[in-house]
Design a protein around this ligand. Structure first.
Ligand code: ATP
Length: 363
């Protein structure tokens, strides 16, 4: 049943129509991303789910029940909510921040603190962080605390409004991975707002693209939105490299992995007129030895050409193509889950698989 928007319109008192006749069904146990340019009504739509904003017309059903039939304060407390900059209380410790909702709901202090400590672990933070104040944490850690606090509501529904936008791209990617890992364990119904299409396609089971004026432009899986944008607005929004992004949804299982000559770092390699992949004792790739290069004595890493990106078997084909394109040898190194080199792929072989794929990738 999930969350259902039925003919939802929100007109603010100054006449701004933030959301215009939105019809949308958000399925239970999925991550649904609302994405679109600034001012298209994403936050307003999200906040109508926990009644921080009341619609002008239409209704929202939560598990089949009209949310207007429930007490607004209770509803809000029962739905996890994460915002940009985490919105933590600065004068309360991390544990006390996480315990906010359980305490409001009448849990005794010890039980609430114990739950908070468990949640700290769930979001991957060490126990000692619990005693600190928000200002003593990095931006990424604060966001994790924000997620823990939202999980403390122990609700099946989690609303997330640009939760990772204020952190740098590397930390953001880590937080996204963490959210996907958590979701695979928790199976919450997550509504996630972002203006970043990459974040949307990475996290979303479904993506709702909104246009300014609060109109739903397209609703579908990330692959559908990338491969078949319904109009110029969506095509423009998902970007000119949408074909390349579409490769994130295709498995590389059919790409031919070929053997490659290897040399071991620390050994004394013979001359060769072909490319050779240098590996360490664990079999992990360390770089390349160019054709014809002569090694005087034992091979040391400093003599190697830096390798390209590595492609881990079983991950999407985008990584296989990137490995081939970024390799000085034009050979993408394929590794197993332990990081051990198992062979190489060429861009040509990857493209053959893409071209022969029945659905096409970017069409
Ligand atoms: N309280 C308010 N009163 C009047 N207009 C508002 C109010 N809140 C939002 N708006 C307007 O409603 C429209 C949608 O705003 P909303 O914040 O929902 O969009 P958004 O897609 O989340 O934007 P952003 O990505 O910039 O946060 C905007 O034009 C905004 O200026």
């Amino acid at each position: 049943m999930g969350i259902e928007f039925r003919g939802i319109t929100k007109k603010y008192p100054d006449g701004t129509v933030a959301v215009d006749d939105l019809n949308l069904t958000i399925e239970d146990g999925t991550i649904t991303v609302l994405v679109g340019p600034s001012g298209c009504g994403k936050t307003t739509s999200l906040r109508m789910i926990n009644r921080m904003v009341e619609p002008t017309s239409g209704s929202i059903l939560l598990e089949g029940e009209d949310i207007r039939d429930s007490d607004a304060a209770l509803l809000r407390r029962g739905i996890g909510y994460v915002i940009q900059h985490a919105g933590l209380f600065p004068h309360r410790t991390v544990l006390s921040n996480i315990a906010t909702v359980p305490l409001l709901s009448g849990w005794d202090k010890n039980k609430a603190k114990k739950r908070a400590a468990e949640l700290l672990e769930v979001v991957g933070l060490p126990a000692e962080v619990g005693k600190r104040y928000p200002a003593q944490l990095s931006g990424g850690q604060q966001q994790r605390v924000g997620v823990a606090r939202a999980l403390a509501a122990d609700s099946p529904v989690l609303l997330m409004d640009e939760p990772f936008s204020a952190v740098d791209p590397v930390v953001r990617e880590g937080l996204q991975d963490e959210l996907l890992r958590l979701q695979s364990q928790l199976g919450k119904t997550i509504v996630f707002v972002t203006h970043d299409i990459d974040e949307a396609v990475r996290l979303g089971d479904r993506v709702a693209v909104l246009r300014v004026g609060g109109k739903l432009a397209q609703y579908g899986t990330p692959a559908e939105v990338l491969r078949q944008p319904v109009d110029d607005f969506v095509a423009g929004f998902v970007g000119k490299d949408r074909g390349y992004r579409g490769l994130s949804f295709l498995a590389a299982d059919d790409v031919l992995v070929e053997d490659v000559p290897t040399v071991r770092v620390g050994s004394k390699p013979e001359g060769s007129d072909g490319w050779r992949l240098a590996v360490n004792d664990a079999g992990e790739p360390r770089g390349w030895l160019a054709p014809g290069s002569v090694v005087d004595g034992e091979l040391v890493e400093g003599e190697l050409l830096a390798g390209g990106s590595l492609y881990q078997q079983g991950t999407p084909i985008r990584g296989a193509l990137d490995a081939a394109l970024s390799s000085p040898a034009s050979l993408g190194v394929v590794v197993d889950a332990d990081g051990k080199a198992i062979g190489v792929v060429t861009a040509r072989q990857v493209l053959d698989v893409i071209e022969n794929h029945p659905e096409g990738v970017a069409r």
